[in-house]
Design a protein around this ligand. Structure first.
Ligand code: FES
Length: 243
């Protein structure tokens, strides 16, 4: 396998030069042992085409910036080994997000907008005391928050989501997961009704049509459909018993 000649078909388009239409460009590259797509793309940029645009920061599945469509499926390029792919590899930018160029998209604006829309921060009247004692919480609660916090905001779940591809205002799994995180957190004193006002809509929990691609393709394996079900369950309980 180590001496395979790989063909990478890469989407090329720079919105700053709209006179050059979008196209697929093929590159060939000799595979090396343990090669990730991060290594392959950097090698291509260094040795064959310095104009190739793509994003990387951490190279360790932490920052979420290298997400792209790899043979049609959203995934992290730094976490994907070429040995797990066929000889021909197609790379496209994530849909839904604004294209910066080639494989690079701007997920930051999208996530920031949603953060503001859903007010993704702890709402409390308590005054922060920098020297105060850390607030304790029980382990199961802390672990549930941690589970939701593992999201690296790579955008794979949004790119994989049929609803998000059809309607720009859909919050998507990443944000419903974020909502779940704040519903779990006892430090957030927001009345649940205030949260449900924002997410109990077609743009929120009712927009999901249950195709489960978010859950199947999350590179961090966060149980996103479970988080969505949790938000729906909390909403139903709030409706029935005001909890
Ligand atoms: S480079 Fe950070 S997640 Fe891939």
């Amino acid at each position: 396998m180590a001496d395979r000649l790989l063909t990478l078909e890469i989407f090329r388009y720079n919105p700053l030069t709209p006179n050059i239409p979008p196209r697929m460009q093929a590159y060939q590259l000799r595979e090396t042992p343990g090669m990730s797509l991060f290594i392959a793309l950097n090698q291509l940029r260094e040795e064959q085409d310095p104009s190739l645009m793509f994003d990387f920061v951490c190279r360790a599945a932490v920052c979420g910036s290298c997400a792209m469509l790899i043979n049609g499926r959203p995934n992290l390029a730094c976490k994907t080994l070429t040995q797990d792919l066929p000889d021909k590899i197609t790379l496209m930018p994530l849909p839904v997000f604004r294209l910066v160029g080639d494989l690079s998209v701007d997920t930051g604006v999208w996530f920031r907008d949603l953060s503001l829309r859903t007010e993704s921060w702890i709402h409390t009247d308590k005054t922060f005391e920098a020297q105060g004692l850390e607030e304790r919480m029980d382990n199961p609660t802390a672990l549930s928050i941690y589970e939701a916090e593992r999201c690296i905001e790579c955008g794979c779940c949004i790119a994989a989501c049929a609803t998000a591809n059809m309607r720009a205002d859909f919050m998507g799994a990443a944000f419903l997961n974020r909502i779940a995180r704040f519903l779990i957190d006892p430090r957030d004193e927001r009345p649940a009704a205030q949260v449900f006002e924002v997410v109990g809509t077609d743009e929120g929990v009712f927009g999901c049509i249950g195709l489960m691609a978010c859950d199947d393709l999350c590179p961090m394996e966060i149980p996103l459909q479970g988080q969505l079900a949790f938000v729906r369950r909390k909403m139903a309980l709030a409706g029935l018993w005001g909890k």
